[in-house]
Write a protein that binds this ligand. Structure first.
Ligand code: KIV
Ligand code: ZN
Length: 542
């Protein structure tokens, strides 16, 4: 934090806290990332095991303490993803602990443990709803049944392992007495972390902070308190910080604020608020390597298909951009004039030029390794081919460009998706736009031509003909990876098929080609989902 900011703690000056006089004991704040569980519940996100593994590897590099890898009983796909993460990322020394979510039913808990058992430090997270709204309409249980379920689910989890978290879902709409009763039962049954979910984002910072303090005082025992705040009122980060100030020592967060509906508290916001305003959280530290924040954000955005809003705090592309003359002048003199975060401390530095058209395969994989990306086999070959194609069209290839093409190719190889072998389009102000595509999948070639109301529409129609997959386009977004006339266009499409929403992403210097690639990636996901019809999610509430 800057010297100016240190002098400017209003709470100290006004005597609201006595933080300045207190003896500060260093305290570790546990960062529990739930991007792969709650974040993956965002509408339209469907990550497969390979994509989840890639994100988990980056979360480990980022330095989070816990990765909530999924909800093993929800589907075979979720089970396998949690198991794969437990066996690889979670199996290394000093790796993050791996957590799985479970309802209180004994079979759920057992299945969750089965997925986690190979992790060096596994945790089972047991939850049940406690608000009247949820109990009456969803669970159809009364208070005594919920209490009994809490005891049996938590006890079963403790039979498997020592690290058990319990959440009373919809805590902020639960009558206080009942919530204390349930939490006390969870501690008596062996829960070591009590998480207080603001499931519907109903909390207001001072009220949520008071709730955390109340639980701390009323529930006897040795446990850690945790926050889990949703963003329906845009207060998730504020509520989380209020919880920390009131004594919570674990925060549940998602990269880019992903999650059900309006999302969860954003990891990058919470971590940076704690770092920049450490005067308000004396002694509290995290092990997050903040320089990895921007890259983590980009990776999650690419693989989920959820763009990061331009003005998103910390990781948005405009978070360090200055438009007005006065601001620009001030920042040129001294960046601290209008910036409280050093851009490089969160990995938001100008892209460096890493490769050009004469770079070979060795230099290519070497650059990827330096960026922490390891790919091999077909995915490496395909990514290298894409790089060569790009190098013919673009003089300077930056880290961000490389990340974009590699992420797209990895997506294809993981879902064994269609490859776009050729695309030809014609259009303009005269005549009907037309497109012809040649695709291949598992060695089989498909070709089709179609017309459309524009070149992008024609390309998508041709892909529909070639693949036989008919889906409704419900979202289309174009942005650029870097600046400049030859920048890579980055297209995200959302398709809906059989009531399921999927997204796909494509990059190219040509926006029509990027759109075709994005459309094809989404179609690949639909094909994969149809193929694994047993992989249906259970309905589990918010
Ligand atoms: O929001 C919520 O209540 C949850 C629980 C499962 C912890 O995500
Ligand atoms: Zn949640």
């Amino acid at each position: 934090m800057s010297d100016e900011a240190t002098q400017r703690s209003v709470t100290d000056a006004a005597g609201v806290t006595d933080a300045a006089d207190a003896t500060v004991m260093p305290e570790h704040l546990v960062v529990f990332d739930t991007t792969l569980r709650d974040g993956e519940q965002s509408p339209g996100i469907s990550l497969d095991a390979g994509e989840k593994l890639e994100i988990a590897e980056q979360l480990a590099r980022l330095g989070v303490d816990y990765i909530e890898a999924g909800f093993p009983v929800a589907s075979q796909g979720d089970f396998e993803a949690v198991q794969a993460i437990a066996r690889s990322v979670g199996n290394q020394p000093a790796a993050p602990a791996i957590c799985g979510l479970s309802r209180t039913q004994l079979a759920d808990v057992d299945r969750c443990y089965e997925a986690l058992r190979d992790a060096a430090r596994p945790r089972i997270h047991v939850f049940i709803s406690t608000s009247p709204q949820h109990m009456v309409h969803m669970l159809k249980m009364d208070e005594s049944q919920v209490l009994a379920e809490t005891r049996s689910g938590v006890s079963r989890a403790r039979e498997h392992l020592d690290d058990v978290e319990f959440s009373p879902q919809d805590a902020t709409r639960t009558p206080l007495d009942f919530m204390i009763e349930v939490l006390s039962a969870a501690v008596e049954s062996g829960a070591t972390t009590l998480n207080i979910p603001d499931t519907v984002g109903y909390g207001i910072p001072w009220d949520f902070g008071a709730l955390i303090q109340y639980v701390r005082r009323q529930v006897p025992g040795d446990y850690m308190l945790s926050t889990h705040c949703h963003n329906d009122l845009g207060l998730a980060t504020a509520n989380t910080l209020a919880g920390v100030q009131a004594g919570a020592r674990q925060v549940e967060v998602c990269v880019n604020g992903l999650g059900e509906r309006a999302g969860n508290a954003a990891l990058e916001e919470v971590v940076m608020a704690l770092a920049i305003r450490s005067d308000q959280f004396p002694g509290i530290t995290t092990t997050v390597r903040t320089e990895e924040l921007a890259r983590t954000s980009r990776l999650v955005s690419r693989l989920t298909g959820y763009p990061v809003q331009y003005n998103k705090a910390v990781v948005g592309r405009n978070a360090f951009a200055h438009e007005s003359g006065i601001h620009q002048h001030g920042v040129l003199e001294d960046r601290a004039t209008y910036e409280i975060i050093d851009a490089s401390s969160v990995g938001q530095v100008g892209s460096q030029i890493v490769l050009g058209k004469h770079s070979g395969r060795h230099a290519f994989s070497d650059s990827l390794a330096k960026m922490g990306i390891t790919i091999q086999g077909d995915a490496l070959n395909q990514a290298f081919n894409r790089f060569k194609e790009l190098a013919d069209r673009k003089v300077e290839i930056t880290e961000a460009d490389l990340e974009a093409i590699v992420a797209e190719e990895l997506g294809h190889s993981v879902v064994e998706g269609f490859q776009l072998d050729a695309l030809e389009v014609s259009g303009g102000t005269v005549g009907v736009p037309r497109a012809r595509v040649v695709l291949s999948r598992a060695g089989e070639k498909k070709e089709a031509a179609a017309e459309g109301n524009g070149m992008i529409d024609a390309a998508c129609n041709a892909i529909r003909e070639a693949t036989g997959v008919h889906a409704t386009l419900i979202g289309f977004n174009v942005s650029s990876v870097t600046g400049g006339i030859d920048a890579l266009g980055d297209v995200v499409v959302q398709l809906e098929s059989d009531g399921v929403k999927v997204s796909g992403r494509g990059v190219s210097t040509d926006v029509v080609e990027a759109s075709a690639r994005a459309y094809l990636a989404a179609v690949g996901r639909i094909v994969r989902m149809r193929a694994s019809s047993e992989d249906r999610r259970l309905e589990v509430g918010p």
